[in-house]
Design a protein around this ligand. Structure first.
Ligand code: CP3
Length: 340
């Protein structure tokens, strides 16, 4: 088994820099489109065989050093008793947003093995096939809460922040339920065989640092504390748009901090040197001509040279418009240029 990724997460020496991409299984791949053309996104998420197939695709095609379980951060929200749908071109939609105490009380904290057996089955199937480590994941409680409260994607997060500021006790009750659900869900993934766990805080960057510290960070810390009691798999915390929060995210308790592209990785390493770092190429840099893309990758590798461990990644998910050939150029360049 190629364990380069796991060793980098733990801050151990590696022969080259391991690489994987957020959203590496997805619409930029014709192979994914083919599977997806026969089923809806939710049907795909509920099928262990199809999830296994699309998880393996990018690993087989490009030689990534880790696989990420194919699912979605909102799948456990279905298990909490919420009606979830994905609308073409619009993203996730919750028909009944959670905006009052009654709605909070109606949420159940599910047993992950009973309510999401298809996820655990996917993990078991993948472990039989994979020769690289498997990353399990969840959303962070704040990010998940924004979808529940807004009823879908948002730009201003008015309803979420209103609940924080006007009904902090209700907000806390909601976040505690999501936190317990997420904590149990990640523990179950580790038990099923996930070898690392990533927590996606996609919307952390919309909060003022004082609000992040009060309304988002404590719930992440609680999940990681729980995980440490039952498993020693590396934990990656990705707070998107988090450059202004980095001294705070450092206290989350993770092994690895995921970085978006808005921060220079050298600056990040200086500020969180006790962590391994993951990132942080602008996903749009994959549209650079080959020589410019390779030069940019070389610079990033050099800037990260002082890190306690570096896992190469994009600063956010790969865009659906990306030519697959560009992903291949990037993966090959990381492998070639990082060898000592
Ligand atoms: O390869 C992988 O990274 C694993 C699979 C994965 C998906 N979603 C598949 C997906 C992962 C790790 C996620 C996480 C996720 N989902 C996040 C956090 C990461 C981030 O991007 O910040 C968030 C915020 C979501 C919620 C979500 N899911 C949105 C907002 C959307 C619609 C926007 C979009 O890109 O279409 C999705 C749908 C989704 N999740 C798709 C995929 C492959 C596209 C669905 C399709 O095939 O039509």
């Amino acid at each position: 088994m190629n364990d380069t990724f796991l060793r980098a997460c733990r801050g151990e020496k590696t022969e080259y820099t391991p690489v994987w991409f957020m959203r590496q299984a997805g619409r930029y791949l014709p192979e994914y489109q083919k599977v997806r053309s026969k089923v809806t996104f939710l049907e795909l998420c509920h099928s262990p065989e199809l999830c296994t197939e699309v998880t393996l695709q990018p690993v087989d095609i490009f030689g990534f050093d880790a696989a990420i379980l194919f699912s979605d951060i909102l799948i456990p929200m279905e298990a909490m008793n919420l009606e979830l749908d994905f609308h073409e071109g619009k993203g996730p939609v919750f028909a009944r947003p959670v905006r009052d105490q009654q709605a909070v009380d109606a949420l159940v904290v599910p047993d992950p093995e009973e309510s999401m057996p298809f996820v655990m089955e996917t993990i078991r199937l993948l472990r039989r096939e994979l020769k690289v480590p498997l990353i399990g994941f969840s959303g962070a409680p704040f990010t998940l809460a924004t979808y529940l409260i807004e009823g879908g994607s948002s730009k201003v997060f008015l309803e979420t922040k209103k609940m924080m500021f006007q009904a902090p006790e209700m907000y806390d009750a909601l976040l505690r339920k999501i936190t317990t659900c997420t904590s149990l869900y990640l523990q179950a993934q580790a038990r099923a065989g996930a070898q690392a766990l990533q927590i996606f805080d996609s919307w952390a960057g919309v909060l003022a640092p004082c609000d992040y510290e009060r309304f988002a960070l404590p719930y992440v810390q609680s999940i990681i504390r729980d995980l440490r009691e039952v498993t020693d798999v590396p934990i990656i915390y990705f707070a998107n748009n988090g450059a202004t929060l980095i001294e705070l995210t450092r206290t989350a308790g993770a092994d690895v901090l995921g970085l978006d592209w808005r921060i220079n990785i050298k600056d990040a390493v200086r500020r969180v040197g006790d962590h391994a770092v993951q990132g942080n190429l602008d996903p749009v840099a994959l549209f650079l001509p080959k020589t410019d893309l390779e030069a940019r990758i070389k610079k990033l590798l050099d800037d990260a040279a002082g890190a306690r461990g570096h896992i190469f990644n994009l600063g956010h998910g790969i865009l659906p418009q990306t030519p697959p050939e560009q992903a291949r150029i990037a993966v090959d360049a990381v492998h070639r240029l990082s060898r000592g």
